[in-house]
Design a protein around this ligand. Structure first.
Ligand SMILES: C[S@@+](CC[C@H](N)C(=O)[O-])C[C@H]1O[C@@H](n2cnc3c(N)ncnc32)[C@H](O)[C@@H]1O
Length: 287
C-alpha cells in the first residue's frame, strides 16, 4: 500500500484537456460562490492533497487580479507531489508554503484559513478518515470560511448506460493477463478508490463535520481514449479494478483494455473521437 502511495502517477491525467476543463468549470462556480458570499479578497488558501498544484494554478488563473496576493498552503502526503507543485507554482504564487502531511494528521493553526480546496482526492480516504479530515479543515478555517471539494469517484459518477464500458474493460484486462500467464496472487480487500460512495453520503458528511451545505453540482465530462488510459494507469485505480493481480501488470492490462472497450461502448464526438461520459461531483460548503 505504501508503495502504491509513493509512486506518483497522477500528473499525465491532470494535464489532459478533459481534466483541465472540468476543474476549471468547478472552480469558476466556486469563485462565483466566494463573490456571492461577499468576499472581496483572500488572505490564506489551503489546497488539500495538492498533487501537482493544478487546483491552485486554476484558482489563480481565475481569481480577480486584486485577490491574487493570497498566501497559499499546499498540503500533500507525497513529497514528490510537493516538489511538482512547487516547481509549477513558484512563479504564480508569491507566498507559497508546502506542508508534507496527510490531511487527517495536519496541524494547521486554528481559524487561519479563508478558503480550503480539496480537488480530486477525497475518495482515497476511508469514511472515518474523511470525517476526521473535514473536521480538521473546519478547525483550520476562519468562522464563515469556505470549503470546496470535487471527485469523479462517487456512486453516480458512472451513469448506468456507461457501465458496459467498465465491465468490458475489466473483462479484456483479465484476458490480457491470462494470455500472459499472470494469475491472481491474493484476495485484496477493496481499496478506497474502488469504493463508490453516493452524492447523498457526501452531503451528509459535510453536515456531520459541522459545515453548512452551500451548493452541490454535477458535471458530465466526455472522456476520450487518452484520458481513460491515464486514469487506468493510476496504480490505485488498476489495483481496485483488478484486485489481487500484481499492480504493474494490472496497470498495463487496464491501459491496453481501454480502446477495445471504447470501440464497443463509446459514442463519437463531432471530430469522430470515441468517448464515454463520466460525472464529477462538486460540493461547496461554509464553516
Ligand atoms: C489525484 S491527486 C489530486 C491532485 C490535485 N488536488 C488535483 O485536483 O489535481 C490526489 C492527491 O492526493 C494525495 N493524497 C492522497 N491521500 C492523501 C491524504 N490522506 N492526505 C494528503 N494527501 C493525500 C496524493 O498524494 C495525490 O497527490
Amino acid at each position: 500500500m505504501d508503495e502504491i502511495k509513493e509512486k506518483y502517477d497522477y500528473e499525465p491525467f491532470a494535464d489532459t484537456e478533459e481534466y483541465r476543463e472540468v476543474n476549471e468549470a468547478c472552480i469558476h462556480g466556486w469563485i462565483e460562490i466566494m463573490r456571492r458570499k461577499g468576499l472581496s479578497g483572500i488572505e490564506a488558501i489551503l489546497d488539500v492533497a495538492t498533487g501537482a498544484g493544478t487546483m491552485v494554478q486554476i484558482v489563480f488563473d481565475q481569481l480577480p487580479a486584486s485577490w491574487k496576493k493570497a498566501a497559499v498552503m499546499c498540503l500533500d502526503q507525497s513529497s514528490e507531489a510537493l516538489r511538482l507543485a512547487q516547481s509549477k507554482l513558484e512563479k504564480t504564487v508569491e507566498r507559497l508554503k508546502l506542508v508534507h502531511s496527510s490531511v487527517e494528521d495536519m496541524t494547521i493553526p486554528d481559524a487561519s484559513i479563508d478558503v480550503a480546496v480539496w480537488g480530486n482526492g477525497i475518495h482515497y480516504l476511508s469514511e472515518q478518515e474523511q470525517l476526521d479530515s473535514i473536521k480538521r479543515i473546519k478547525q483550520a478555517l476562519k468562522p464563515g470560511g469556505l470549503f470546496f471539494f470535487n471527485t469523479a469517484f462517487y456512486e453516480e459518477a458512472r451513469p448506468a448506460e456507461t457501465l458496459g464500458f467498465y465491465r468490458t474493460q475489466v473483462k479484456n484486462a483479465v484476458q490480457y493477463l491470462r494470455d500472459r500467464g499472470i494469475s491472481r496472487q491474493r484476495n485484496d480487500s477493496r481499496t478506497e478508490a474502488s469504493k463508490f460512495l453516493p452524492r447523498s453520503y457526501y452531503e451528509q458528511l459535510v453536515k456531520e463535520a459541522g459545515f453548512k451545505l452551500v451548493e452541490v453540482k454535477e458535471y458530465a465530462v466526455d472522456m476520450r481514449r487518452e484520458a481513460w488510459e491515464y486514469i487506468s494507469s493510476f496504480q490505485q485505480y488498476a489495483a481496485g479494478a483488478l484486485r489481487g493481480y500484481p499492480v504493474d501488470a494490472a496497470v498495463e492490462a487496464m491501459k491496453e483494455a481501454v480502446q477495445p472497450a471504447l470501440e464497443q461502448h463509446g459514442n463519437r464526438d463531432q471530430k469522430g473521437n470515441l468517448y464515454i461520459t463520466r460525472k464529477w461531483l462538486a460540493i461547496s460548503t461554509q464553516a
